[in-house]
Design a protein around this ligand. Structure first.
Ligand SMILES: Cc1cc2nc3c(=O)[nH]c(=O)nc-3n(C[C@H](O)[C@H](O)[C@H](O)COP(=O)(O)OP(=O)(O)OC[C@H]3O[C@@H](n4cnc5c(N)ncnc54)[C@H](O)[C@@H]3O)c2cc1C
Ligand code: SF4
Length: 481
């Protein structure tokens, strides 16, 4: 093993520089800087090169983490990049926005031993940002072009990863998306302060240079049915995500000033991209000067509170019915939000939204976490006589998302769904009940993570390749008979 490694006993964990909260509030730029070469090498050298690397086991892509850390420590960055991109289509994106505390870094052995984790995500980001700077990131050039074509519904991370892998095999790939830009939730959901749009846009351009054809502003169901896509292509991948916002049926839910999270975030992201957004400009979706209450405890809620403080809200609080330890969002994001002045009201659930025409306040009740339910999570139980009122002139509901009614939307009544409304697909092949129609990403798992979407996109591409090769063999056998 390289003598450069195992330095965790001498070298402390050090994240890349983080901008001060007061500075961050003035814009929507990312909050972490990249490592410099010496910093990246030093932090990589802390890795203990475990025989069974739990970081790798708990990375959904099973990235070869210890090896690319060693190469970075030794200054072999181009090799580190080659290895890192072999398992991940977007390492610099995952490095920025994976909840590492729950995945690779949360399972790092030296973290468990109390030394502080190796900063895996930041090094992964550094390696690929460097690769972009140095011109090592190149469009896919397949060894052979094939005649078969694959249609992909959705240009989010699942669709993009699948497209790149399918182009690598030489298929003709066309992606259909109802948005006007490529990237899915990485463009219109996740704000710039976590992931700047240019980081996604350069990936979209690369896919274009690799030969992927995009049909934007193209809604499957409106502009073509699923059946029409099946006739146009030899295989179809549905990677359309989940967009049906869960609602909270509360008295006062229809008051002016109450919004769904994606409407609020999309408006803010579009504004940042320079689009005309009348609903933002007339103040409807602008938090400036307002008292904002966000209901929810996931990544979406964290993005809403941190967007609201940047827009210049007077006060921002987050109402969540469980406690900090049991929230679904990343702990790192909660810490960032607290630094930026967000108040968290843990163990609190809304009872009613108050006001005559416009929302003026939220009445909430305190919660006690009772015995675990069938899912193993403690059940929130309202405490008697514990109501309190929080002033609010803007309320944002961030309660998660379900799949839309896809069989109706796509004009495909036979498409089988799970009990949750997501697409039912074969566990191994990711094929739905319709021959040649595969599914990947949130539309299969329910709202999840970018890294899982990438994993599913890669797996689906491999299955589609197998399927098309089998089809070709069957045709050849039939012709020979
Ligand atoms: C606010 C927010 C913050 C998040 N933060 C994080 C985070 O920090 N880290 C993380 O890992 N994950 C995060 N996520 C989750 C992550 O963004 C998703 O898990 C991931 O984007 C799912 O990828 P996907 O490709 O399956 O779907 P999507 O990214 O949703 O892409 C689906 C695409 O399909 C298109 N589409 C839908 N229906 C149709 C149709 N009928 N016809 C044509 N096109 C269609 C959509 O326009 C979209 O472009 C966040 C999600 C949200 C909402
Ligand atoms: S993809 Fe995500 S989980 Fe995997 S190593 Fe990178 S940051 Fe960690």
């Amino acid at each position: 093993m390289s003598s450069k490694m195992l330095q965790f006993v001498r070298t402390d964990k050090k994240m890349p520089e983080k901008r001060q909260a007061t500075d961050r509030l003035g814009d929507f730029r990312e909050i972490y800087a990249d490592y410099n070469p010496a910093g990246a090498a030093e932090q990589s050298s802390r890795c203990s090169q475990c025989g069974v690397p739990f970081c790798q086991v708990h990375c959904p892509l099973h990235n070869n983490i210890p090896d690319w850390l060693m190469m970075t420590a030794e200054g072999r960055l181009e090799e580190a990049y080659e290895l890192s991109q072999a398992t991940n289509n977007f390492p610099e994106i995952c490095g920025r926005i994976c909840p590492q505390d729950r995945l690779c870094e949360g399972n790092c052995v030296i973290e468990k031993a109390g030394h502080g984790t190796v900063t895996i995500g930041s090094v992964e980001r550094y390696i690929t940002d460097t690769a972009w700077e140095k011109g090592w990131v190149k469009p896919v050039r397949p060894r052979q072009e094939r005649d078969e074509s694959v249609g992909i519904v959705g240009a989010g991370p699942a669709g993009m990863a699948a497209a790149e892998e399918l182009r690598r095999q030489g298929y003709r790939v066309e992606i259909y998306d109802r948005y006007d830009r490529v990237g899915g939730l990485m463009i219109y959901g996740i704000p710039n302060f976590k992931l700047e749009k240019e980081v996604v846009d350069r990936r979209s351009r690369l896919l274009g240079e690799s030969g992927v054809i995009f049909h934007l502003n193209f809604e499957v169901g409106r502009d073509a049915s699923l059946d029409e896509l099946r006739q146009r292509h030899d295989a179809v991948l549905i990677a359309c995500g989940v967009y049906e916002a869960r609602d909270l049926k509360l008295p006062g839910g229809g008051l002016t000033g109450v919004h769904q999270a994606m409407r609020f975030l999309t408006a803010s992201n579009r504004k940042g991209l320079g689009d005309a957004v009348p609903e933002f400009d007339d103040g409807t979706l602008d938090a400036r000067g307002k008292k904002v209450v966000v209901i929810g405890g996931g990544d979406t809620a964290m993005d809403c509170v941190r967007t609201a403080v940047r827009q210049g809200a007077e006060a921002v609080s987050c109402l969540y019915r469980r406690d900090r330890e049991n929230m679904p969002g990343s702990q790192r994001e909660v810490m960032n939000a607290e630094e930026e002045g967000v108040e968290f009201l843990w163990l609190s659930a809304p009872e009613a939204l108050l006001g005559d025409d416009r929302v003026e306040a939220v009445r909430a009740t305190r919660i006690h976490l009772g015995v675990p339910d069938a899912s193993g999570r403690q059940t929130p139980q309202p405490l008697a006589d514990s109501s309190f009122v929080v002033e609010a002139d803007m309320v944002i509901k961030a309660l998660g998302f379900d799949a839309e009614d896809l069989p109706t939307q796509f004009g495909a009544k036979d498409l089988a769904l799970t009990g949750w409304g997501t697409i039912k697909s074969d566990f191994r092949s990711l094929m739905s009940n319709l021959d040649g129609v595969f599914a990947a990403g949130d539309v299969v798992r329910g709202a999840s993570l970018v890294v899982w979407a990438v994993r599913d996109g890669r797996d689906a591409a491999a299955s589609i390749h197998d399927y098309l090769r089998n089809q070709a063999k069957q045709v050849a056998t039939a012709a020979a008979e």
